[in-house]
Design a protein around this ligand. Structure first.
Ligand code: HXC
Length: 514
């Protein structure tokens, strides 16, 4: 056959495969307000940068009449491309082909691109839109998932792994995302659950919609499984692109540096925190007053909002911020906020991103619910994550730093490299009211005017401990600083920490309180 005809044959074969599950299935996909798998990849990557592999892979299943079915590309697209010039490995499940269900060859395509990402040390983006294990392929589908989960774990901490949920992801389809670093969801399109509404109805007799069971809002606000929430697929891709600019390609590199910029002067750092320590404020404005261009890229914005995490830049370099949020529950640490902070700290540590911690909290949240939900175990994750982290770690105590909260929020004792405190900082075992009620209980109870004595004792305690100078006198904090000096000192601290090198005792790995 002349080469020309062979080329024509190739073109025809390509055209066939590019039809995915066919016109009807594509129409259904579009009617649901969803892009097709290829459109998604094209929208995410730099123009003309996508190269697809394994286009002609076919399934090998024989049971349940599968031998009579052609599943183009076996329901998943894999390839490489770039985002703002950064190399990316990508896969996108094609729901138009057997509901994006995962059979053996489908899984082999995914593991191939995962292995490639690890070998080339570049980020992996997985676009998930799948009915889960392909039922007709039995244990082969389960084997496929196992191979993916194993690689997710192997890749963890070596390359960034990003998951996008763009359809009903059921069963095994949600565990790979759960093992990755960042999960993106889109309103009305994303659904994640282990067992769907039909199974729940059969087993438990309860009726629930897919949306209420595991929609984008549920996972962004309640379960905490999602890190970024968008209202459209395009907004979601823009968020991923922005995230890629903040993180390095792998754990041997630092994130790309950008042109340094000054913060927007409308964020006046000395005007944000109220003088009255009982009044709240939005700590994100403190971060905006510190970071380049006041550009703070928040992560898990809608979940466990008593803590704020995210990326910003200082002198053009990526910094991870962890900050108590006095607007919500006075910024306490609880089960969810501990999980949120600990995981982010570990991401920053794995990928060479310095951490700045802003402290203003009355401590861990008391109560039966929290105790029974395991606040001891979850809270310990924060202690573990900060203690373990060896990237530059800098703390600014803005206001309250009481009890376990003081220790947990990157104190000197967990090996903070620099600890600064604003003059309004209060560092003590507990708040003055609680402390006075305990240590002066007898004097208060036996007094002729208990309220007067309580007031005096609270004041006495406040005068003694509700300030930064006791900790400063012991060297637990390095400097008491004016709010207006914060950015300059942080820039300096980051600059002089650039070559930080510490090493702990040899071990296989620690055992964090997962
Ligand atoms: C094979 C599947 C499939 C699956 C969907 N399809 N899921 N084929 N295996 N798991 C096929 C459908 O038969 C249909 O084929 C096409 O995909 C589109 O599916 P629809 O049901 O028409 O779409 P929709 O109404 O949008 O519903 C989507 C859905 C539903 C909610 C995902 O299909 C569903 O509930 N699927 C099963 C989900 C599930 O229970 N998965 C768990 C598997 S067990 P045709 O030919 O008609 O177009 C698992 C265990 C792994 O994953 C555990 C690892 C830890």
């Amino acid at each position: 056959m002349p080469l020309k005809r062979k080329i024509r044959e190739l073109q025809e074969k390509r055209e066939q495969v590019l039809k995915g599950g066919g016109d009807k299935a594509i129409e259904k996909q579009v009617a649901m307000g969803k892009l097709t798998a290829r459109e998604r990849i094209i929208s995410l990557l730099d123009e003309d940068s996508f190269n697809e592999y394994d286009l002609f892979v076919e399934h090998e299943a024989r049971d349940f009449d599968m031998d009579k079915k052609t599943l183009h590309g076996d329901g998943v697209i894999i390839g490489t491309g770039t985002i703002y010039g950064a190399p990316i490995c990508v896969f996108a499940q094609d729901f138009t082909v057997a509901g994006g269900s995962l059979g053996l060859m489908h899984s082999r395509k995914i593991t191939k691109i995962m292995d490639h990402a690890l070998k080339m040390r570049v980020p992996l983006v997985g676009i998930n839109d799948s009915g889960g294990a392909r039922i007709q392929e039995g244990v082969n589908s389960l084997a496929g998932y196992g191979e993916i989960f194993f690689r997710n774990t192997l890749n963890s901490g070596v390359i960034p792994q990003i998951s996008v949920i763009l359809g009903p992801c059921a069963g095994g389809a949600v565990y790979s995302p759960a093992l990755t670093d960042f999960v993106f969801v889109v309103d009305k399109i994303s659904k994640m659950f282990i067992t769907g509404p039909e199974v729940i109805k059969t087993v438990l007799g309860e009726e629930i919609s897919m949306e209420d069971l595991g929609g984008a809002k549920v996972h962004s606000e309640i379960s905490g499984n999602a890190h970024f929430y968008a209202t459209s697929e395009q907004e979601c891709f823009d968020q991923i692109k922005k995230l890629i600019t903040f993180i390095p390609w792998n754990n041997r590199q630092k994130a790309k540096a950008f042109e340094p910029k000054e913060p927007n002067p409308k964020f006046k750092i000395d005007k944000i925190v109220p003088g009255d320590p009982t009044l709240p404020y939005d700590v994100r404005n403190v971060i905006r007053a510190i970071v380049d261009d006041s550009d703070f890229f928040e992560i898990q914005e809608l979940w466990a909002t008593n803590i704020v995490i995210g990326f910003g830049r200082m002198a053009g370099r990526t910094i991870g911020f962890v900050a108590n949020q006095p607007l919500v529950l006075a910024g306490v640490l609880d089960v969810d906020s501990s999980d949120k902070a600990a995981r982010f700290i570990r991401f920053c540590d794995a990928f060479n991103i310095p951490i700045v911690t802003l402290v203003d909290l009355p401590g861990y949240l008391p109560g039966v619910d929290q105790e029974h939900a395991g606040v001891i175990r979850h809270g310990a994750k924060v202690l573990y994550a900060y203690s373990e982290a060896t990237v530059p770690k800098i703390t600014v105590i803005i206001r309250k730093a009481y009890g376990g909260g003081y220790i947990a929020m990157n104190s000197r004792h967990l090996r903070a490299d620099f600890v600064f405190a604003w003059p309004g900082a209060e560092i003590a075992v507990m708040g003055p009211e609680g402390a006075a009620n305990i240590i002066f209980r007898r004097e208060i109870n036996e007094a002729e005017d208990p309220e007067k004595v309580r007031y005096q004792k609270v004041k006495e305690y406040k005068d003694k401990f509700a300030n930064p100078y006791v900790a400063a006198a012991k060297g637990y904090i390095d400097s008491v600083i004016e709010p207006g000096e914060t950015r300059t000192l942080l820039l300096h601290a980051i600059e002089v920490s650039d070559n930080k090198a510490v090493s702990g005792p040899r071990k296989k790995h620690g055992i964090p309180p997962f």
